[in-house]
Each structure stands twice: as structure tokens, then as C-alpha cells.
Design a protein around this ligand. Structure first.
Ligand code: SF4
Length: 252
């Protein structure tokens, strides 16, 4: 019998923008321990809406005809370690690929998901250069994010994490963070996402492309106007299906 509850934030039955090349559903888990000034999900940072995990499984199941995977987002999905492990395992049994969007402040959850072979994709936010990190998050979490980065890098290198990308939400005036973040992202997909807040004009696609060009590497640029474009190289080949666990149990 399951006694766990999920602090639920919402459900999107079909998304074609949350996992490149894959139609997915998105489960939002409520709660986030940090406080980014630009957060667009403030309604999901706090509060409680406790649900039976089976309710979330039913929602995922209702999308099965439309999607081949699920993204757990938030808030911060890894904050709810046991509920997330349970939901990811149930998603596997539905035949889904499983991904997370994470701020990286709960490395032990990411480690557990990888050890259980429950994770196919991680999009890890790196929000600024390390020396500025704790100020931005308003919490002393920089070492946790560094640990998450190391875990994902290792898992990606040994094949147990098929897809891994680092996402930078870039705001005007913060371009000088990029060289250090790009060094941390060496050998890993790097996404520059247009940062949008009311008080500041967002960087244009051209400005982001110029910032990407200065890094002399492949960068994926994401803007409201143009969606995703790749700068400085060809697009990634599709993930090798042989790298996914061969014994994925399915209820299909
Ligand atoms: S990590 Fe994400 S959900 Fe949490 S405050 Fe920052 S932007 Fe918002």
C-alpha cells in the first residue's frame, strides 16, 4: 500500500517544446527552496496540494496515446525525492522516457534516479558563475549544484544518462557569466535561454547569437520569437536507442 503523497503543481497532457524531438506530458511538482528574482513559476514555489500518487499516474496514463515521455518540472521536482522516484518508476512502467528540469540543489535525488535507471534526460540550470551563486539563490547551495553537475556529467559519460544539457537563462548585463559556465559545460549541450523580466529589455536573438559565437562552440539558443536555433555547429544526432535500458517494463 502506498502512503506517499505528492505535492502537486499541475499537469500538461501534451508538450512538444519540453523535450527536443519528443512529444511528452509534463508533471509539475510544487515547492522550491530557492528564490530566483526572475522566477515565472512563483505560484508553484510554495503551498501544498497533496495528492495520491495514483492520481498523477492516471494523468500520465491519460496522455499515453499522445506522448512517449514525461518531464517532471516545477517548482523543483527533485525536492520530493520519494514521490519523484515512485512517479518515475510508474512512468517507466507506462513505457515512457523520463526527464527532469532541475535547479540541481538536490543531488541525492538525481543520483538515486540515475542509480535506479529511471532517468533518460536532465536539463540542469546553471544560473550564474559559481562565485555569484549563493547570492542569486539566496541560499548556500552552490556545492549542491556543483555536485549535481558532476553526477550528471559522469552518468552521461558512462551512458547511464542518455541526454544531458545545461540551461542558462541569460539576462542583459550578465553576459560575462558565460565563459565560466561554458567551461563547466564543456562536452555537454549548452542552451542559452532568453531571460525575460519586466524591468529589463531581453537580449535579442542576434545578441544571444553574438554571445554564443564568442564561446566558439555549439550552443542552442532559445527565444520567444524564434524558438530554438543551433549556433556554431550541427544539431545533435538523435539519442542512441541502445543507450536506453533494454529491459524497460511496460504496461502498454
Ligand atoms: S529554481 Fe526555478 S522554480 Fe525555483 S525559484 Fe528559481 S526559477 Fe523559480
Amino acid at each position: 500500500m502506498i502512503f506517499l503523497k505528492v505535492n502537486f503543481g499541475g499537469f500538461v497532457p501534451l508538450s512538444t517544446v519540453d523535450w527536443r524531438g519528443r512529444a511528452v506530458c509534463v508533471v509539475f511538482l510544487r515547492g522550491c527552496p530557492v528564490c530566483c528574482h526572475y522566477c515565472h513559476n512563483t505560484a508553484l514555489r510554495e503551498g501544498e496540494d497533496l495528492r495520491d500518487p495514483e492520481e498523477i499516474v492516471s494523468l500520465m496514463e491519460s496522455s499515453r496515446m499522445l506522448v512517449s515521455g514525461v518531464i517532471f518540472s516545477g517548482g523543483e521536482p527533485t525536492m520530493q525525492k520519494d514521490p519523484l522516484l515512485l512517479l518515475a518508476a510508474r512512468a517507466r512502467r507506462l513505457g515512457f522516457r523520463v526527464g527532469i528540469h532541475t535547479n540541481g540543489v538536490f543531488p541525492e535525488t538525481i543520483q538515486a534516479l540515475i542509480e535506479e535507471r529511471l532517468l533518460d534526460r536532465v536539463a540542469l540550470d546553471i544560473k550564474t558563475r559559481w562565485e555569484r551563486y549563493n547570492d542569486l539563490l539566496k541560499r548556500p547551495y552552490v556545492k549542491r549544484v556543483q555536485r549535481s553537475l558532476a553526477i550528471c556529467r559522469q552518468a552521461h559519460a558512462d551512458g547511464s544518462l542518455p541526454e544531458f544539457e545545461i540551461v542558462v537563462t541569460l539576462f542583459r548585463g550578465c553576459e560575462d557569466d558565460l565563459p565560466e559556465i561554458a567551461r563547466e559545460a564543456e562536452g555537454v549541450d549548452l542552451v542559452l535561454q532568453q531571460g525575460v523580466i519586466q524591468s529589463l529589455a531581453p537580449l535579442s536573438g542576434e545578441e544571444l547569437a553574438a554571445a554564443a559565437k564568442s564561446l566558439s562552440r555549439r550552443v542552442i539558443i532559445r527565444t520567444r520569437e524564434d524558438g530554438e536555433i543551433v549556433c556554431g555547429g550541427s544539431a545533435s544526432p538523435p539519442a542512441d536507442p541502445k543507450r536506453y535500458p533494454a529491459d524497460t517494463e511496460t504496461e502498454r
